[in-house]
Design a protein around this ligand. Structure first.
Ligand code: DSN
Length: 406
């Protein structure tokens, strides 16, 4: 085939960006070479609508084996017994969450989840998401210390006779008490759905309490701390298996993305390796070192720090908006996204910046590097040094790290 020089240039530029920038977006990561080669393999060429042993296309023996391997490795990773079923076909975390709502609720029934500005996800019933348009959502937030308000969650579940309560977040820096959510749900007979997209790697490594003993359904993306491909899975008690499978296919999706299913199997292989726990441990150590150094520079962090892989700077005392902070960091070579924090009205113009350590840990950075990064962030956001001045220093720093040392 002819070379596509235009597209190749875009791809080369992006590779250079990924190498030159310090990536602190907590939901991003760098996959291994082996994972990349699976994602870009001939497995993308096949249709496999249906499930193992019940496909709507011929030629699927290999794909049945791959899908089973992906399911089995997720079971092993999260220590799931026979009472759990795993679906690895959702194309994304949002599709996975939507599938669960459609399987377990009737339109207009109410569910309870964390609000966007407190750390919840769009697919947790935000008004601009189909999940908030088809179903009624009531949102809990944080208490005055910036910690999840479990009492409010319990009150809302009772008040609305909620069908379902979601534990899990997209920008919450503290440990989530899944057992407490299990108790809240049981009290009124609501379903407990845990969305562990952000912390799945920490859970798999035993560094964050696991939700499985306390939930009816667990959803997760596969590309964040788990360091797999862009995809998702739903694990559910076997009672819900048929309902959930039928919503994923044919309810919401057509054929599964077989190359992604295979990469999820590879993700399981990598995460079951003893080095994975060391990697996840380093993610947390790095987050704590970064948070400590930022606080020492005078930054205010939501909830005062972090227990996991991410933290949120409250930009109000920097004199910058989240957007201005994000832009200054990006020009200098630090990628971090602006993020809503409690009290923000507009997700487009929030007053927070979210930072996380999975990607920099994959590159092999350690606590001492977090101290250096925090100093650059302080020079940019507190001392208001010109980003172009710092850019050269960051370029020299990132040149020392390959994309994946771990
Ligand atoms: N957009 C993802 C995140 O950044 O957390 C969640 O979908």
């Amino acid at each position: 085939m002819r070379k596509d020089a235009v597209l190749e240039k875009f791809m080369k530029t992006e590779l250079l960006r990924q190498k030159a920038q310090i990536n602190l977006i907590p939901s991003e990561n760098y996959v291994s070479d082996e994972m990349l080669s699976i994602i870009g393999s001939v497995l993308t060429n096949k249709y496999s609508e249906g499930y193992i042993g019940k496909r709507y296309y011929p030629g699927n023996t290999v794909y049945d084996g791959i899908e089973k391997l992906a399911q089995d490795r997720i079971r092993k990773l999260f220590k799931l017994g026979k009472d759990w079923h795993v679906n690895v076909q959702p194309h994304s975390g949002s599709s996975a969450n939507m599938a669960v709502y459609l399987a377990l609720m009737q339109p207009t029934e109410t569910f309870v989840a964390m609000g966007l500005a407190s750390g919840g996800h769009l697919s947790h019933g935000h008004r601009v998401s189909a999940t908030g348009r088809l179903f009624r959502a009531a949102h809990y937030g944080l208490d005055t210390d910036g910690v999840l308000d479990y009492d409010e969650a319990a009150r809302l579940v009772e008040m609305h006779k909620a069908k379902l309560v979601i534990s899990g977040a997209t920008s919450y820096p503290r440990t989530i008490d899944f057992a407490r959510f299990g108790t809240i749900a049981k009290k009124t007979g609501a379903y407990h759905v845990a969305d562990i997209s952000h912390i799945a790697g920490l859970v798999a490594a035993g560094l964050h309490p696991s939700p499985f003993a306390h939930a009816d359904v667990v959803t997760s993306t596969t590309h964040k701390t788990l360091r797999g491909p862009r995809g998702a899975f739903i694990a559910c008690r076997t009672d819900f298996a048929d309902r959930i499978d039928r919503v994923v296919f044919p309810g919401l999706q057509g054929g599964p993305h077989n190359h992604i299913t295979a990469a999820i199997a590879r993700m399981g292989f990598e995460a079951l390796d003893p080095n994975f726990k060391k990697y996840q441990t380093q993610i947390i150590k790095n987050a704590q070192a970064l948070a400590k150094a930022l606080i020492a520079h005078g930054f205010s962090l939501v909830s005062g720090g972090t227990d996991n892989h991410l933290m949120l700077i409250d930009c109000k005392n920097t004199g910058m908006t989240g957007m201005e902070a994000q832009n200054a960091l990006e020009v200098a070579g630090i990628t971090a996204n602006r993020n809503s924090i409690a009290g923000d009205q507009s997700p487009f113009y929030p007053t927070g910046v979210r930072l996380g350590t999975p990607a920099v840990t994959t590159r092999g950075m350690k606590e001492r590097d977090m101290v250096v990064i925090a100093a650059w962030i302080a020079r940019l956001l507190l001392k208001k040094e010109k980003p172009v001045k710092i850019k050269k220093e960051i370029a020299a720093f990132t040149a020392k790290f390959s994309l994946y040392a771990n």
